[in-house]
Design a protein around this ligand. Structure first.
Ligand code: SF4
Length: 347
């Protein structure tokens, strides 16, 4: 990392202690980063489009020391969904007999595994009670999900679950990890993308999905990789229940109450948006991507171009780097090992 380090001396209980303060304004892209070798993911390109400063901090691998509340529940649901589809893929011969009850039995085990694995990280952002409520919420949602979309597990043949891939695009390595893919009854290839959302804006979601950067990135990459025409993305949204645990209600009672609510109105909690992309849509995306990557390549050499875009500091969520930009230093941030944590394969 090519950051100048300002050394300051601090007096602490009579002794002198050296502290290194890394100032945001001194950061530049690390020499080891390049589009040609390190490559780029759709989320990193989105950061570039939103705020060059967020891109700069990300290629320097910074992340907040305090975890993020909003991500913890989504990551839990996402990981268990992946396991559900992987299990169905692996046990294809057993289907349709017994698969749903198997999955119902496995869901609480996978949730416990996730919580154990991420306990240290998630407890930085959430209390023990909040994690327990998350687990109950996820269990109620996912068990009802399995019965609502029984055909996904009994009949449909999802494959490529959590597949990590890379492809060369005019000298840049594009990277992705996608949730899954399948062929519809007419033999057309579709990708699947899972999301958890607290709020779904019904009137505009389909219009926005027609241009969704992540969906188009996945379809475009899949076509480059396989040469196969990708018909679209099945955008699978799970609504996060906003229901709280009642006073004197046990977690078990809370879970049962949620399951009843979801069973009564599954269409409210589970939304599916099949979004088709034409050849023209994908060609247009390819042209735009080429221009964006050319801009990144040329500006990477000049850190002074990597300026803040403050209108994006507080969009639907506060930006991950809000504290760094606001205080001007990286004191509350640490460096992670991986440049693209989203591509790391699950153990
Ligand atoms: S806090 Fe604002 S200026 Fe800083 S990286 Fe985020 S969006 Fe950019």
């Amino acid at each position: 990392m090519a950051a100048k380090v300002k050394r300051s001396r601090m007096k602490k209980t009579g002794s002198k202690k050296k502290t290194d303060v890394i100032r945001v304004e001194d950061l530049s892209p690390p020499r080891s980063y390049s589009l040609e070798v390190s490559g780029i993911t759709q989320s990193l390109v989105k950061k570039w489009l939103l705020c060059k400063r967020a891109f700069l901090l990300s290629v320097n691998k910074y992340e907040s020391r305090a975890g993020k509340k909003s991500y913890a529940f989504g990551s839990l649901v996402h990981e268990v969904l992946d396991k559900l589809y992987k299990y169905a893929e692996l046990h294809a011969r057993k289907r349709p007999v017994g698969i749903l009850s198997d999955l119902e039995e496995m869901i609480p085990i996978w949730i416990d595994d996730y919580i154990l694995k991420n306990r240290k990280k998630d407890l930085r952002a959430k209390s023990h009670d909040e994690l327990e409520t998350d687990a109950a919420k996820a269990e109620a949602l996912l068990i009802e999900y399995v019965y609502t979309f029984a055909d996904d597990f009994k009949l449909k043949k999802f494959h490529g679950i959590e597949e990590v891939s890379e492809v060369d695009f005019n000298g840049t390595i594009l990277r992705k990890k996608q949730d899954g893919k399948y062929y519809d009854k007419n033999g057309k290839l579709w990708l699947m993308e899972h999301k958890t959302k607290g709020k779904i804006v019904e009137e505009s979601i389909m219009m926005a999905l027609k241009m969704d950067f992540q969906n188009l990135w996945y379809c475009y990459m899949e076509q480059l990789l396989t040469g196969e025409r990708v018909y679209g993305v099945l955008y699978n949204v799970i609504r996060t229940p906003g229901h709280k645990v009642h006073v004197n209600e046990s977690i078990k009672e809370y879970k049962e109450r949620l399951r009843d609510l979801i069973r009564e109105d599954p269409a409210h909690f589970f939304k599916r948006y099949p979004v088709t992309y034409t050849k023209k849509d994908l060609n247009e995306f390819g042209r735009e991507l080429y221009m964006i990557l050319s801009e990144i390549k040329s500006k990477l050499k000049y850190p002074r171009f990597l300026i803040r875009s403050t209108p994006h500091c507080l969009m639907s969520f506060p930006c991950d780097f809000l504290k760094a930009c606001s205080c001007g230093n990286m004191n509350d941030f640490k460096k992670r090992r991986e440049l693209f944590p989203e591509l790391v394969e699950e153990e």
